[in-house]
Design a protein around this ligand. Sequence first.
Ligand SMILES: NC(=O)c1ccc[n+]([C@@H]2O[C@H](COP(=O)([O-])OP(=O)(O)OC[C@H]3O[C@@H](n4cnc5c(N)ncnc54)[C@H](O)[C@@H]3O)[C@@H](O)[C@H]2O)c1
Length: 258
Amino acid sequence: MPNIAQSRFAERICLVTGAATGIGRAVAWRMAHEGACVAVLDINGDQLEITRKGIEARGAKSHAITADVSVADQVRAAVQQVEIHLGPIDVLVSNAGVPIVGAIADLSLDEWDRTFAINTRSTFVVVQAVLSGMRKRRRGVISITASSAALVGEVGSAPYAPSKAALVNFAKQVAVENAHLGIRCNSVCPGWVDTPFNDPSFANDDERRETVQRQVPMGREGTPDELAAAIAFACSDDASYMTGHTLVVDGGLTLGPT
Ligand SMILES: NC(=O)c1ccc[n+]([C@@H]2O[C@H](COP(=O)([O-])OP(=O)(O)OC[C@H]3O[C@@H](n4cnc5c(N)ncnc54)[C@H](O)[C@@H]3O)[C@@H](O)[C@H]2O)c1
């Protein structure tokens, strides 16, 4: 963890979804390290408890909620719970996601709907729930984790990539509707990142290394901490004039053929 001179999130209350592992956990710990009170939400309660303990170990207040982001009532109730336990939410990181991929010819309607329910509709629900308070207070920042897959055509990436492409545009809609109220919203697009998310994509470590070296100009996967740094930047006052932006953090993956 880098040594941060300022506490960019001091006194701020943050909610991070999909925070049981990977990028979401790294974001939660980074924001705690920088002074935030951090609420975390995930379907995986056991791993979420490790994230919560890590927040407290960094001297920050925490609140953990086990919930399924694809169930709207659970998400709305979670937002209410966070506001009761920690206070009004200043920063939302909508980050939960699943990697459902396959050839279009073989995909079922259920796979399409489930992907959009978890990756896309859930973001609308949590953003809407958090926005009502932010709009009343005329302040707030939102970061939506999309994907570099949202920006390109890629064999076998439906329905995952379209579900993330919708988020890139949704961040712009949130930004343009709320900019005059002092509320910012950006999307962050990771490329290959070393988290459990990609485990099903590769048969073994050698295949993983070979694929990443072939596709990524920087020749390696990103780390959860590198993504947390970008998301923390987007959510901090360092990015105070940035809204509706698509922040690509992919080691050059989307630059074109290497
Ligand atoms: N790892 C990558 O290479 C990569 C690349 C591009 C985008 N992303 C995006 O980054 C985000 C975080 O992924 P990660 O790489 O940290 O993977 P991860 O698997 O470590 O984290 C995803 C989290 O979402 C949670 N989740 C899944 N379904 C849920 C549900 N229905 N309700 C609540 N929580 C749920 C999981 O339990 C998990 O903790 C995802 O949105 C993913 O699409 C990841």
